[in-house]
Design a protein around this ligand. Structure first.
Ligand code: 13P
Ligand code: SF4
Length: 370
């Protein structure tokens, strides 16, 4: 049996893993037998692998919801995509695909199903619609935004283009469809360095993440000038290099620091590994398997929850994660409601002309990333 331990402290940097999302109201479970509910609860608990935070009783209260969602998905041939930062009941209970934003945009593009339900923030669901405009894309929580995508408009990009004529514009995928339509190419946390390096010319405008932009400025110094916008992720902006150094002093040289590139440069300078949510998970699991169990994950809490679920090896996760309130806005009940009877604001609609221009941007991302 695994002896995975979780050393997380509530401090200025963050908090202990988020509260387990119990159903808001009792769900009418009459459609399922007691045996079906029990078997589903056991399946959920085994998949989530956090027996104390997710006791069987909690899994039992969730089981009728996951059973009903999975039944409806099958009946209506729906492909359910969830980002890593969704809660474990969604990830291990009902999702067909879980990954970082790059892999999820490819999964949405390639899914044979005509209906996609995207459990995540709005820009990701919009991206799914751009790459597969003929499909119906359901987004259960229309209010779930993102401090990066909400911090820049299409006009802001037009203003930058007017100020720096002819300079290519790369946008982080955390942007609206309207912003993507004004940019040349999107990048994600798994390919921003590769794509920006491959863009023509010796100048580049990067929007909207100032931290990722600063990372690009450092990495491309001498090769390219990077003009950066001033947006930031409200979650990753919380981490500081000073706190990471404190943990390094406390734990010692065995500590591996894994950070998301939305963090400040002073955090990234302390990191042994920088990567997308999926790459951080794979690296943490690899370290555990190779007998290097002291790991600090500098990112949103969902990453640690997936690491705990997806390894049997000993792993000591140090530090504190930060929760994204936008990502955590979606609960199983919202997914069920959107599957049963989606409201108009839960069906992604984007102007055809914007889709066509944003699609060119994303096609360019796929071309340059591979
Ligand atoms: P990933 O592509 O690494 O999953 O990042 C998406 C995101 O919003 C991180 O905050
Ligand atoms: Fe946006 Fe940050 Fe939340 Fe990711 S974690 S969705 S970048 S606010």
């Amino acid at each position: 049996m695994s002896s995975k331990r979780l050393h997380m402290t509530a401090n200025r940097m963050g908090l202990i893993l988020p509260t387990v999302p119990l159903p808001r109201a009792e769900f009418d479970s009459l459609a399922f037998s007691e045996e079906e509910i029990e078997a589903e609860a056991i399946r959920l608990q085994a998949a989530i692998q956090q027996h104390q935070r997710w006791p069987l009783e909690t899994c039992r209260s969730i089981a009728p919801l996951t059973l009903e969602i999975n039944r409806l998905k099958k009946e209506n041939d729906v492909f359910l995509i969830a980002h890593t930062y969704q809660t474990p009941d969604i990830i291990y209970g009902v999702a067909d695909e879980v990954a970082d934003s790059y892999t999820l945009s490819k999964a949405a593009r390639d899914a044979p199903q005509q209906t996609i339900l995207f459990s995540s923030v709005r820009f990701m669901a919009e991206t799914a619609k751009i790459v597969s405009p003929h499909k119906t894309v359901l987004h259960p929580s229309p209010e779930a935004g993102c401090s990066l995508s909400d911090g820049i408009t299409a006009q802001d990009v037009l203003d930058l283009r007017a100020k720096y004529p002819g300079v290519p514009v790369a946008c982080y995928i955390n942007t609206t469809a309207a912003v993507k339509a004004e940019c040349d190419v999107s990048v994600t946390s798994s390919n921003y360095m590769r794509i920006c390096e491959r863009l023509p010319g010796d100048r580049l405008i990067f929007v909207p993440d100032r931290f990722m932009g600063a990372h690009l400025q450092t990495a491309l110094a001498g090769k390219k000038e990077v003009i950066v916008y001033d947006g930031e992720c409200e979650v990753h902006a919380v981490f500081t290099g000073e706190k990471v150094r404190e943990w390094k002093e406390r734990i010692g040289e065995n500590l591996s620091v894994l950070a998301h590139p939305e963090c400040n440069v002073d955090v990234l300078e302390e990191a042994d590994f920088v990567g997308s949510s999926e790459k951080l998970i794979r690296e943490a699991i690899r370290l555990g398997a190779e007998g290097a169990p002291d790991v600090m994950l500098i990112t949103e809490c969902g990453t640690a929850e997936r690491v705990l679920a997806e390894t049997e090896d000993d792993l000591n996760l140090y530090g504190a994660c930060v929760m994204c309130r936008h990502m955590k806005a979606t609960q199983l009940e919202d997914i069920l409601q959107a599957l049963k009877e989606p409201r108009p604001d839960q069906i992604i609609e984007i102007d055809a002309e914007i889709i066509a221009r944003a699609q060119r941007n994303l096609d360019e991302m796929f071309r340059l990333a591979e």
